[in-house]
Ligand binder design. Structure first.
Ligand SMILES: CC(C)(COP(=O)(O)OP(=O)(O)OC[C@H]1O[C@@H](n2cnc3c(N)ncnc32)[C@H](O)[C@@H]1OP(=O)(O)O)[C@@H](O)C(=O)NCCC(=O)NCCS
Length: 142
């Protein structure tokens, strides 16, 4: 993922992530930390952005930071491919276990991660939307 992909994803970010949306400078800081973070982007045939995802690896633990697929490219297996790329990066970075948080009301993402071998291991109360929405914590071996 490059700076050009950040410009391409910004119009989608707010609609897709609402109160959890990241800013352009937030994404730039993420990409700059290439020692611990790996971001990947998926492009269509014309080079248009279809999806993006990022993972942080710290010692033997990894955390999925974001996964997004633009609405017109959904249900074609792209998120599965992005998650597979993050798992490869986590493995290469020496992680043994990978974690993520997902909104309790995000049925699509919870189904995605369950079918990718993640288990729901806990709940963080009031993690999203200024305390209004819980996060489900999910994890699997890398
Ligand atoms: C969640 C999201 C990333 C899925 O992207 P996608 O490319 O459509 O997902 P895939 O095509 O790889 O789907 C993989 C599996 O996830 C599940 N899934 C995906 N979307 C689903 C939906 N709307 N409803 C139910 N299950 C869904 C299915 O099990 C699917 O497998 P199948 O198509 O063989 O049934 C996408 O909907 C998105 O960007 N949503 C907004 C941002 C977001 O919520 N990100 C995740 C934050 S943790």
């Amino acid at each position: 993922m490059t700076a050009a992909h950040i410009d391409a994803l910004m119009p989608f970010e707010l609609a897709m992530f609402g109160s959890e949306a990241w800013t352009r400078s937030g994404y730039r800081a993420e990409l700059a930390d290439s020692r611990h973070r790996t971001y990947v982007a998926a492009e269509g045939p014309e080079g248009e952005l279809l999806g993006w995802a990022g993972v942080r690896v710290l010692a033997d633990e990894a955390e999925i930071l974001t996964v997004g697929v633009v609405p017109t490219a959904r249900r074609q297996g792209l998120a599965r491919q992005l998650v597979a790329a993050l798992l490869d990066a986590a493995r290469a970075g020496g992680a043994a276990q990978i974690y993520l948080e997902v909104r309790v009301d995000n049925a699509a993402a919870r189904a995605l991660y369950l079918t990718e071998g993640f288990a729901e291991i806990g709940v963080r109360r009031g993690y999203y939307d200024h305390g209004r929405i819980d996060a489900v914590v999910m994890s699997r071996a890398v």
